[in-house]
Design a protein around this ligand. Structure first.
Ligand code: CA2
Length: 155
């Protein structure tokens, strides 16, 4: 009998998020990108899912990751597109094109910050957004994504 393969979710982090933990702790906390990726691995594992975590400072590479998620039949996407959330029609279009259930995450509460952060193009292509929970937003997002796609936590 064929061995079952864990379904994969893509966790995509955008520009400057590789700097987490090194500056602006008052806004983004002290956790690093590696901490986020471990949190996502652990949380995905609780649902029998595998997290494929990617970070890029380049818009086109983030779009390539979204296409790759589609090609590899990913079950979902968690995306924090960083500053591109507020500017990128192209990322919005890529997310809409692949039709993969997507949750947008922001570490900070973008609605309590500058006006230019209040609009997100990528949020329009997501079924839910979490903003302001710090890095715990990623854990909550994976829980919400799993519920949306009908996957229960393993005993
Ligand atoms: O709150 C979030 O997660 C953001 O997506 C973070 C973006 C910002 O442009 C969005 O408006 C909200 C910025 C990420 C920059 O990350 C840094 C981390 C440490 C030091 C400097 C920047």
């Amino acid at each position: 009998m064929a061995k079952s393969v864990a379904e994969t979710i893509y966790v995509l982090n955008g520009p400057n998020l590789n700097l987490l933990g090194t500056r602006e702790p008052e806004t983004y906390g002290h956790a690093t990108l590696a901490d986020i990726e471990k949190l996502c691995d652990d949380t995905s594992g609780q649902f029998g899912l595998k997290a494929n975590c990617r970070q890029s400072n380049r818009e086109g590479e983030l779009i390539d990751f979204i296409h790759e998620a589609h090609a590899s039949k990913a079950a979902g996407i968690i995306i924090n597109a960083g500053g591109y959330s507020h500017t990128s029609v192209a990322l919005h279009d890529a997310l809409l094109a692949v039709k993969i259930p997507t949750v947008e995450v922001h570490i900070s509460n973008i609605y309590a910050r500058e006006n230019f952060r209040h609009h997100s193009f990528t949020a329009r292509a997501a079924f839910a957004t979490l903003s302001g929970f710090g890095i715990d937003g990623y854990r909550l997002a994976i829980n919400g994504l799993a519920a949306k796609i009908g996957i229960k936590a393993k005993a």
